[in-house]
Design a protein around this ligand. Structure first.
Ligand code: NI
Length: 394
């Protein structure tokens, strides 16, 4: 019996534990940077499994190092563990017991599946080479994100490669999404305050109308992508907030505008921010108003290493068959896994968890989001087969 056959023979019994863990996390969700109970539960579960060198690099994260019986390379696997400020509308018995907080992106399943892999592999550590480093990461959902903190805390020291995965409600259960190169965009949020001077609506010529100026600013911001960006490069600029004014006959002093700007190329990323400042400033000035810009830098763009995706593809074909592969496309979404792949080769893999019959087809971050738990079975087998393949090839 090969190592992998032995590991997989234990997966069926572990599936039940994975489901219990996932339901526990789902019932008790915690927001980014507040995953105190979640991380304690993970730590204690790993302690009970035994065999790991456990650490808490930040107050709400856990890193488990499993040293094999022989020297070899270091492979890291990452699961994010945080939930969102959303009030759950699911009514199943393990729905969130915390009003206004919900696992609406599937991170509960990521943590549970990685615990499942930990349980099986810990029992087999003598057959492993090198080190397996399991990273239970806090705060994926909220910039600056947990990944960057963990990188700074040294969790990648000595690591040769890192993989992450995400269960998805837009990919059918049983399918695995692979994508080489650009995966998700760099994301920055911006706030613009357009200042005019207040006054009576009947006498616009006595002041500077911040509302009329804002309308022009918003219209012209759209030209940054449409007219000033290379059409062969991806970028999106969306204005998503606007606030100003109270009365029918009074110009407000200021209007606040907010939005997000996303791109892949690092130079373009900086250029877009410069152009927002330039365009908004000059348009406002032309209307006698002024502008203040503040930028909250988000996550960098996520790129998958080609050779690691090829490894994941070999694993997928051998375990699930060629037909299970979905050739995914880049999106303008964001993922703080990028903080790892900026340092070392990494790949982020999509695992299907969509089933209309099981009502796991709602979009991520929707109050009725859930995963098809059969997707966790795929994910567990993917992790095990990946570790095995990695060990064979390195
Ligand atoms: Ni997510």
């Amino acid at each position: 019996m090969s190592n992998l056959e032995k590991w997989l023979s234990r997966a069926d019994e572990t599936d039940a534990r994975v489901r219990e863990w996932r339901r526990h996390f789902h019932r008790y969700p915690e927001l980014s940077f507040e995953e105190h109970e979640t991380s304690r539960y993970i730590y204690e579960t790993l302690e009970n499994i035994g065999g790991f060198e456990l650490s808490r690099p930040t107050p709400t994260s856990v890193v488990a190092r499993l040293s094999g019986g022989r020297p070899g390379p270091v492979l890291a696997l990452r699961a994010d563990i945080d939930a969102l400020a959303i009030h759950e509308e699911n009514t199943f018995e393990f729905a969130s017991e915390r009003p206004g907080v919900m696992h609406a992106c599937g991170h509960d399943s990521h943590a549970a599946v990685l615990l499942g892999a930990a349980q099986i592999l810990a029992a087999e550590r003598q057959s492993l080479r090198g080190e397996l480093r399991l990273i239970f990461q806090h705060a994926e959902e909220t910039p600056p994100g947990g990944a960057q903190e963990l990188v700074e805390a040294g969790v990648l020291d000595g690591v040769d490669a890192i993989f992450g995965l995400h269960l998805l409600s837009w990919l059918d259960t049983g399918r695995i999404g692979l994508i080489e190169g650009a995966v998700m965009a760099a994301t920055d949020n911006f706030d613009l305050t357009v200042r005019g001077n207040g006054g009576h609506a009947a006498y616009p010529h006595h002041g500077a109308d911040a509302i009329a100026a804002s309308a022009q600013v918003i219209a012209n911001l759209q030209h940054i992508v449409a007219r000033q960006t290379d059409p062969m490069q991806q970028a999106v600029l969306s204005v998503t907030r606007i606030r100003g004014g109270e009365a029918y006959n009074v110009f407000p002093e200021k209007v606040e505008i907010g939005g997000t700007v996303r791109s892949f190329d690092p130079e373009l990323r900086e250029d877009l921010l410069r152009r927002i400042r330039h365009t908004a400033g000059h348009i406002a000035q032309a209307h006698g108003a002024s502008v203040e810009l503040s930028v909250q830098k988000g996550y960098p763009a996520l790129y998958n290493d080609a050779s690691l995706v090829a490894l994941a593809e070999r694993v997928t074909v051998s375990q699930f068959g060629e037909a299970s592969i979905e050739r995914s496309k880049p999106t303008m979404g964001a993922e703080d896994f990028a903080a790892y792949t900026r340092q070392i080769p990494g790949a982020f893999i999509y695992i299907g968890a969509r089933s209309e019959a099981k009502e796991s087809h709602y979009p991520h971050h929707h109050p009725r989001f859930t995963v098809d738990e059969d997707g966790m079975k795929t994910a567990l087998r993917f992790w095990l087969a990946l570790v095995d393949q990695w060990q064979l090839e390195h």
